[in-house]
Design a protein around this ligand. Structure first.
Ligand SMILES: [Zn+2]
Length: 287
């Protein structure tokens, strides 16, 4: 946290600090042309089915490529933690760090959820966000972050010395074990950093620490995705509730979340091609 200041400040410190910013990963070469088709397609959505995830729990859902899914707030302000996999290959999973590097700390319409290396391709595209009115607040906060990892019992134990079993990490593990009939160890290796759906977060301006504040989400709000691949999703209803005070405990008031699945009758949607995995030749300088 930069608490120590033991080094000698060089005479050119201001020059060193005032260099021009360079965006590490400019979006200029990302192909976003599909959004025009997706915007039309989402206006002709036909409901398929839905599941409800009770408070402090998680459930899996499957979505076919070409379908849409929504994460919906249904009975009170509640944050959700999302994992996504290519359902044909669970080793290809959502890569929150690279998604953050490409699209910024918080996601909204038009942003994509990228998969891990070596595939690195979009698993899903966000097509609608009822909270896009929020933008950025005066604390530098916003919603739907890819900066928090997920609440987990190990960090909770480290900081509070208590065993708590309903953190998002554990909820996601239980759901994946049930879905795939695998062991805790197998499931835990597959669970990954999440998209924090509806969560309102940022970094403090003074110490740059990760903060949360009450989510603006209310009943009726949703975040909508287009599935670029056949997907297995897992959504956890965070024990932090709307994350206005505590997480990793039973103290916060928590609510259910709904995941609904939709298909579109827009015929041009079929023109969208399956996105290939990275074309890097995997040589890594070996020959
Ligand atoms: Zn959580």
């Amino acid at each position: 946290m930069k608490n120590y200041n033991q080094s000698n400040k060089p005479s050119d410190s201001l020059i060193k600090k005032n260099q021009n910013l360079v965006i590490c990963y400019p979006e200029t070469n990302l192909n976003k042309s599909n959004m025009q088709i997706l915007e039309k397609a989402r206006k002709e959505l036909i409901f398929i089915n839905s599941i409800v995830i009770p408070p402090r729990d998680a459930k899996c859902f499957n979505v076919k490529r070409g379908e849409f899914f929504r994460i919906e707030c249904v009975d009170g302000s509640q944050v959700g933690d999302l994992n996504l996999f290519n359902s044909e290959n669970l080793d290809e999973k959502f890569y929150s760090g690279k998604t953050r590097a490409l699209h910024g700390t918080h996601l909204s319409t038009g942003d994509q959820l990228w998969s891990s290396l070596p595939q690195l391709r979009p698993l899903a595209t966000i097509t609608y966000d009822t909270l896009d009115w929020y933008g950025w607040d005066n604390d530098g906060g916003s919603v739907h972050d890819v900066i928090g990892t997920r609440c987990d019992p190990y960090t909770a134990k480290l900081l509070t010395n208590k065993d708590y079993h309903y953190c998002c990490h554990s909820n996601l593990i239980r759901a994946l074990m049930n879905e795939k009939n695998i062991s805790i160890n197998q499931a835990e290796k597959l669970i990954h950093d999440v998209l924090n759906v509806f969560m309102c977060t940022g970094f403090t301006k003074d110490t740059h620490q990760y903060f949360m504040k009450a989510s603006p989400v209310r009943t009726g709000d949703y975040l909508e995705f287009y599935a670029e691949e056949d997907l297995l999703g897992i959504l956890s209803t965070c024990p932090g509730g709307n994350c206005s005070s505590k997480h990793s405990s039973d103290e916060a008031k928590c609510f259910s979340l709904k995941v609904s699945k939709w298909k579109s009758s827009f015929t041009k949607l079929k023109d969208l091609k399956k996105i290939k995995t990275s074309t890097y030749n995997n040589n890594h300088g070996l020959s």
